[in-house]
Design a protein around this ligand. Sequence first.
Ligand SMILES: *Cc1c(COP(=O)(O)O)cnc(C)c1O
Length: 398
Amino acid sequence: MGVYEDWNLEPIINVSGAVTRLGGAPMPEAVLDAFCAAAREAVPLDALQGVASRVIADATGAEAGIVTAGASAGLMMGAAAILAGWDLRRMEQLPHCAGFPHEFVMAREQRNGYDHAVRAAGGKLVEVGMHEIVAGAGVRRAETWEFAAEFGPNTAGVLVVYDAQGRPPLAELVAKAHDHHLPVLVDAAGELPPRSNLKSIIATGADLVTFSGGKSIRGPQATGILCGRRELVGSALIQMLDMDDHFDLWAPPAHLIDKSGLPGMPRHGIGRALKVSKEQIIALLTALKLFTSGAYDHELKNMRRWLQDVALGLNGLPVRCHLHVADDGESLPILEITVDQAALGRSAWDVCGRLRRGKPPVHVGHGKLDDAKLMINPLHLTDNRTATLLRRLREELS
Ligand SMILES: *Cc1c(COP(=O)(O)O)cnc(C)c1O
């Protein structure tokens, strides 16, 4: 019996990848060990974030960085830092921004559910550009001039959801924003791998960048990284730390928080609700070291073999299998199973639902069901789970 069975819950086979809904990524043993070891001792959280900042700066090339409660929390804290700066009254006021600039300009085509975090901090989103390509009514994407045309006295910054093919090119947009003395906040939550993105996104000059800690980095699910300019990261940390101390005694890490720039002890900020624990911070830093060193790359061979075994095992059933293998030596292979719905007499939607309700429950990638495709991500696979997955697939696809 496992720990979830003790609580009357059956573990699933997750072949959807590091999705939050299904509990994120599996943490490597070294990360779990670090988590437990960190839980056994006490340290001041501000000092620990000071250490984290040095590690994150080293990994990203940014001036500073902190561990947040996920990339979504990173977006919220990044927005809070941009909105309030080092103004304690503004910090206290958030998310209400009456009387100071609070608009974030972003491409309409990049609007997504995670931008709620920026709105929750008090930001108001101003959309530019069109969505012509999805509408089938044009060929152009958001353009830099459209951002500049929106910049005005109420603009606080620019919000970008990073994509290597994103438009406008990030470096061009950053340069334009900086012409107007506006900071750029980048959501790069799921943009790892490639590892090179840890450094290349910051290298565009972006002021703040956030990454998920619980996706490819394989840290605790509820961790993320916010990195960028020192004074912004410092503001985010002030608004996140527990402030129940006396100003004279408080000794935050001087390379992140310069006390002489503060008139007194801030109250708990908006990010006090997004706290991260010492165990999470240590585990994330441990995972980040593994990720940046390429320690996960050797697993790709096994993952490819498991997916090939599944594809072979489905031979003779009404499906077509295609194994997508990236050539970067870092990205996970993905198995795409296209269901011949007419021959099977059952839709891919139906198969997906039956897999979820079966024993054990199997959750496949569900982003392409309208194209009759089940997507298999091997992140959580083992020899045993692969055998069980194949058995369940064969049962539902026969
Ligand atoms: C996953 C994701 C997030 C949220 O990241 P968490 O670490 O789960 O908070 C935000 N934005 C994008 C684009 C994502 O893919």
